[in-house]
Design a binder for this molecule. Structure first.
Ligand code: ZN
Length: 298
């Protein structure tokens, strides 16, 4: 197995056994608690490889026409590598595999007629820090960034697709919960891999970001309108959340939760090539209309 290049640097992390008061775990309210009073007796040292920061990451190849004037869409298959995302254990599905397969289906749809250029942030099973994903789009000068995901819920009754765009204030509790879950991809064993001098959390919404956000919202509306014949959406199909992967100040960006991996009907669609192609067809239509409208405006 080849390790991706970004796993090149090894860092040593000191692990300490969890000190437990009195040498045995105390049982409180049916659960285990851990004491923090006693100093650790032993120290274990292990070496793990964690990704280095994004700046030098190699940009992916572009599919489609060579003409740099053609719109460039960067598709981001969510999760990957050690981060499977949501899983459906009964079916053996992982979000990371579904998003990658869906991204490839969408790329094939979009490049079919030779008018649009497409790049994937990853085209294999590798892990990327959230900010690397939007950085790739920015550095490539993408005209649109779409991060693909699949949702999960405790109940298998929850189904349907949702489009998320950036807002520092979540539109509802569910959007806040989703942001917490998706943003957590950067946290491996308590180490925040995406942390960068506080600039992500305190990002300023400047004028260019406002414009990008307006474009993102336009695209979200189009995505619903054009993809609805192909994709089953949730009643509240457009939500706002503070998602790290959408925080590019100058690239219109959406996060598309293509359906619930935990729903039997959605999983059947997401898990089959024909089902994914149908979703890709709807999303591709929306992208084509979005750029046709932009060209008509200019
Ligand atoms: Zn996800």
């Amino acid at each position: 197995m080849l390790l991706p290049a970004l796993f090149a640097t090894a860092h040593t992390i000191e692990l300490q056994p969890i000190p437990q008061a009195g040498g045995a775990p105390a049982v409180v309210g049916g659960g285990l608690t851990q004491g923090f009073t006693k100093p650790p007796k032993r120290q274990h040292s292990i070496t793990v490889s964690i990704p280095t920061r994004a700046d030098g990451i190699k940009l992916p190849p572009i599919s489609g026409p060579k003409d740099p004037a053609r719109p460039l869409i960067v598709i981001d298959p969510g999760h990957g590598g050690h981060d499977p995302g949501a899983v459906n254990t009964a079916k053996g599905y992982s979000e990371k595999d579904i998003t990658l397969a869906l991204a490839k289906a969408l790329r094939d749809r979009l490049t079919k007629d030779g008018r649009l250029r497409v790049a994937l942030t990853r085209d294999d099973d590798r892990y990327l820090v959230l900010q690397e994903r939007s950085d790739i789009a920015r550095r490539m000068g993408a005209d649109l960034f779409i991060s693909l995901h699949a949702d999960a819920a405790e109940s298998d009754a929850a189904h349907g697709a949702t489009i998320y765009t950036l807002s520092e204030t979540a539109s509802d509790r569910e959007a806040a919960r989703l942001a917490a879950r998706e943003n957590k991809a950067d946290i491996l064993n308590g180490i925040n891999l995406g942390e960068q001098s506080g600039s992500v959390s305190s990002i300023l919404i400047d004028l260019s970001q406002r414009e990008s956000m307006a474009h993102s919202t336009d695209f979200a509306k189009l995505l619903y309108r054009e993809a609805a014949p192909y994709v089953r959406f949730r009643p509240t199909y457009h939500r706002f959340a503070s998602l790290v992967v959408l925080k590019s100040p100058d690239t219109p960006s959406v996060l598309f939760e293509a359906g619930y991996i935990t729903s039997a009907t959605d999983a059947a669609k997401l898990g089959s090539a024909a089902g994914r192609d149908k979703i890709a067809q709807g999303v591709a239509k929306a992208i084509e209309v979005y750029f046709a409208k932009q060209m008509a405006r200019n």
